[in-house]
Ligand binder design. Structure first.
Ligand code: GUN
Length: 295
């Protein structure tokens, strides 16, 4: 079998067009949806993500601000900027790029964000609201993007056994929360695996839908995948490659070529889930602007 490739670029571009139409509709009411991104330190991958978020915002006709701090910034300075963004009427949504330097508590920072502006959906209030199935809560962009990708690709998840590899608060736990709901793109039986799971291949081989988000290059091999499974690769890993102009290439958490021979559908890296994340962040920001306009 050769898997169908789920094209994140095409689906994300279609969503970004929808977002631009919604932003234009809000503009007729004098509202320009505004997103701010706060970044601390100079992690190269984070810098790339943040630049892409800003560019995508402007392309959708939205207001964008990027606030950069040195890695030596204190927690108090960061919390002061969160307070300022919470109060800024031009900013409908904002996020603090993770990971943060070790001397700053990401829990304290996330708790300080106004849940109504928490377009990342990382504040415990939104985590809880998503878990109870509240459709007005902000869904974290990557899991939301995965679910939209499945829906728009015509993959019916009802009754599937979804096995998630990785238990992060950014992807693993929230995608479980979405896939288990009684909604389109949900109704799965969900298993979350992690580094302490016993006999991981026996678990992944049970998956009708396998979502891999552990940040280990090409970790999932063909032997770990059930024939006909749908495979979603969330990994974005740089591996050294002397033949590449930049000296590295990007690979996912799934050994793509071999797994594509076993799976029925697969997301590529790059060009898969990564593109969806930004589209859903814009979607959440428009949702925030709409909800704030409604009071
Ligand atoms: N780091 C990796 N992914 C994300 C994300 O979606 N949001 C934030 N804030 N940080 C991240």
């Amino acid at each position: 079998m050769t898997a169908r490739v789920l094209d994140g670029v095409a689906i994300a571009n279609a969503i970004r067009l929808d977002v631009a139409v919604e932003a234009a509709a809000l503009l007729t009411r004098g509202i320009i949806p505004g997103l701010a991104v706060v970044i601390v330190g100079d992690d190269p991958a984070s810098q790339v993500y943040v630049a892409s978020k800003g560019k995508a915002c402007l392309e959708a006709g939205m207001h964008s601000e990027t606030i950069r701090f040195a890695g030596t910034t204190t927690e108090a300075e960061l919390l002061a900027v969160v307070d300022r963004l919470n109060a800024d009427p031009r900013i409908h949504g904002f996020l603090v790029q993770l990971p943060l330097p070790k001397h700053i508590s990401s829990e304290q920072v996330l708790l300080r964000i106004d849940p109504n502006k928490d377009v990342d959906g990382f504040h415990p209030m939104n985590v809880g609201r998503v878990a109870v199935g509240d459709q007005t809560a902000f869904r974290p962009a990557t899991p939301f993007g995965i679910q939209q990708m499945l829906i728009k690709s015509g993959i019916d998840t009802r009754g599937m056994h979804a096995v998630i590899v990785g238990r992060s608060n950014i992807v693993g736990k929230p995608i479980a929360s979405l896939l288990v709901q009684d909604t389109p793109g949900g109704n799965c039986t969900v298993t979350i695996c992690h580094s302490r799971s016993r006999d991981l291949p026996s678990l992944t081989r049970q998956a009708d839908l396998l979502v891999v988000a552990i940040g280990k290059p090409e970790f999932v091999t063909a032997e770990m995948v059930k024939p006909g499974a749908v495979v979603v690769d969330v990994g974005i890993n740089r591996v050294p490659d002397p033949a590449a102009a930049r000296g590295y290439r990007i690979v996912g958490d799934v050994a793509y070529a071999a797994v594509a021979e076993v799976a029925s559908a697969i997301t590529p890296v790059p060009g898969g889930v990564g593109k969806m994340t930004i589209a859903m962040l814009l979607m959440n920001t428009v949702q925030a602007a709409r909800q704030q306009a409604a009071g």
